[in-house]
Design a protein around this ligand. Structure first.
Ligand code: DUT
Ligand code: MG
Length: 151
């Protein structure tokens, strides 16, 4: 299924391409920084910031959008999304922002149009609770947190 997402480009995103799949079967569309041309952002080691994308969009009901890190930025510069995966609710109409943190050792510069994160559209379910006295048994039971062994 290929949902179509209504999107508005805010004035500060003028001229920045909409997020796009970079390859035929990519899962994510790269999100670009809508920072002013003359005011790149500087992210010092261990600092975090909210990077504007200049985009507001209406994710269809039954889907969510996830804001995820780009592996290249993580591997090369220690840049990641602090709240990964960021959750964009289907009823959110504000500007989508990317919360980046610099876990590397060098200052990181974010320039206008840089691809800073990626957006994955995923189906999502809303659940309701049915409170019960006890749960059905399973082989795993309460085992977790390494209960099956390390290697
Ligand atoms: O990386 C992100 C994460 C969230 N959002 C926006 C869209 C999302 O629908 C809204 C709320 O996000 P979330 O529920 O994660 O944050 P919250 O702290 O629980 O805020 P709220 O009380 O508004 O739900 O913020 C972003 O723009 N970028
Ligand atoms: Mg919330």
């Amino acid at each position: 299924m290929t949902p179509t997402i209504p999107v508005t480009r805010l004035p500060h995103a003028e001229g920045i391409p909409l997020p796009a799949y970079e390859t035929a079967l990519a899962a994510g569309m790269d999100l670009r920084a809508a920072v002013p041309e003359h005011e790149p952002m500087m992210l010092k080691p261990m600092a975090r910031t909210m990077v504007p994308t200049g985009l507001s969009f209406a994710v269809p009901a039954g889907f969510e959008a996830q804001v995820r890190p780009r592996s290249g930025l993580a591997a090369k510069a220690g840049i990641t999304c602090l709240n990964t995966p960021g959750t964009i609710d289907a009823d959110y109409r504000g500007e989508v922002k990317v919360i980046l943190i610099n876990l590397g050792e060098e200052d990181f510069i974010i320039r206008r149009g840089d691809r800073i994160a990626q957006l994955v559209i995923a189906p999502v379910a809303q659940a309701s609770w049915r409170e019960v006295a006890s749960l059905e048994e399973t082989a795993r039971g309460a085992g977790g947190f390494g209960s099956t062994g390390a290697a």
